[in-house]
Design a protein around this ligand. Sequence first.
Ligand code: NDP
Ligand code: 2IT
Length: 448
Amino acid sequence: MKSINERLHTIFNHIVQHNYGEHEFHQAVSEVIETLGPVLHKHPEYAEQKIIERICEPERQIIFRVPWQDDKGQVQINRGFRVGFNSALGPYKGGLRFHPSVRLGTIKFLGFEQTFKNALSGMPIGGAKGGSDFDPKGKSNAEVMRFCQSFMTELYRHIGEITDVPAGDIGVGAREIGYLFGQYKRITNRYESGVLTGKNPAWGGALVRREATGYGAVYFAQEMLRARQDELEGKTCVVSGSGNVAIYAIEKLQMLGANVVACSDSNGVIVDQAGLNLETIKHIKEIKRERISTYCEHHPQATYLENGNIWAIPCQLAFPCATQNELDESSAITLVKNGCIAVTEGANMPVTPEGIKVLIEAGIAYGPGKAANAGGVATSALEMQQNASRDTWTFEHTEQRLKTIMKNIHDNCYETAAEYGSPNNYVMGANIVGFRRVADAMIAFGII
Ligand code: NDP
Ligand code: 2IT
């Protein structure tokens, strides 16, 4: 009879062999599987029903050609993806990423994470992800529109308000959601508001959805600090990225009295010890769609570090909000040395496994993305709820719901980690809560 750890090892080896070369997917699976030993010990039914093997295999994977014409009249071809990972708890739900680095393995890692995150959120949503290797950077609005229309011309037949509900992610914001929704409406002859979330509030979007991931991550950090009898106010913070998640994390941090001294984009880092000016960042990123380096033209006291490492800027609280594997072992060591007390993931899988080990061993509060950034998708579920009832809620009401959801996620992770013998380990807590919710529903539904 094999031990539980041997069995988990065998399952993982099989997954690596059968998903060849998909390193990010292997990484996401490994991080979850490593924490499930104590769960299998308490609940042998999960092993008997082969729940881990089933949960790691996406229910469906769609790959399609996306042809479009650029402004010069040239034909361009991209690849589109939608992976419906798990629908045990509700319709497939998860964002679309448009970035040149997107491969099937990227979408699978994100869909896998999303399954646990969505379960953890407590909302009735399954897990999915999609996207394309299309690069919106440097494209005109007309090019982005033609791309989105072509993308939706295939995607529309696979989605629907009770089937699969995409939203934004890297490279997909309100502009892209608008073009995608317009094409869906046109093809299907249906004003089906609930088919996409992250819509403009002027035509069916929820207030607070734009802010929700960043705000939610800050609420999560606040709860982690509270559990250690500490608080956010007065803390020096660093937030990587300068996109949707980063901007609204910075906004909430500033509202709560923290000092955010650095942010970044894929070209470099801005450091402003006086505290970042968020209006300037919003203007550069949301309106002008320019590089973050232009910040210094408005604020000469700030410095720009081309290709700089943002984690070398001393801080007490770090918020990786850009992309996967952006914070490695040596950066984690630097953060610890500089006195960092908490790392909260706004992005998906931004800290490498070696980096996570350093943070946990140093006793730092580490909030994994599937818990800390769940506020975005949870508010998407609130948008679905408003669309289904043809209602609109106020900003205050929706933000209060978000706050309560983040506190519940935090408390569930915290209590479950303690229950399974690893107090303060939010990775354990998040994985176990998410896994158990999905697993119990799968068992109830039989072998499907
Ligand atoms: P945006 O496209 O709005 O912003 C992404 C930011 O990250 C930009 O500053 C971008 O810089 C930077 N970035 C992206 N890719 C890379 C890269 N390969 N290397 C360095 N920097 C990079 O995306 P979001 O803010 O929406 O997403 C950020 C992260 O948060 C992602 O991991 C996403 O999966 C996660 N997330 C997003 C949610 C949402 O609601 N939007 C919800 C939960 C998680 P540049 O402009 O130079 O590319
Ligand atoms: O990673 C994520 O949780 C998102 N990109 C948001 C997904 C959603 O459906 O709102």
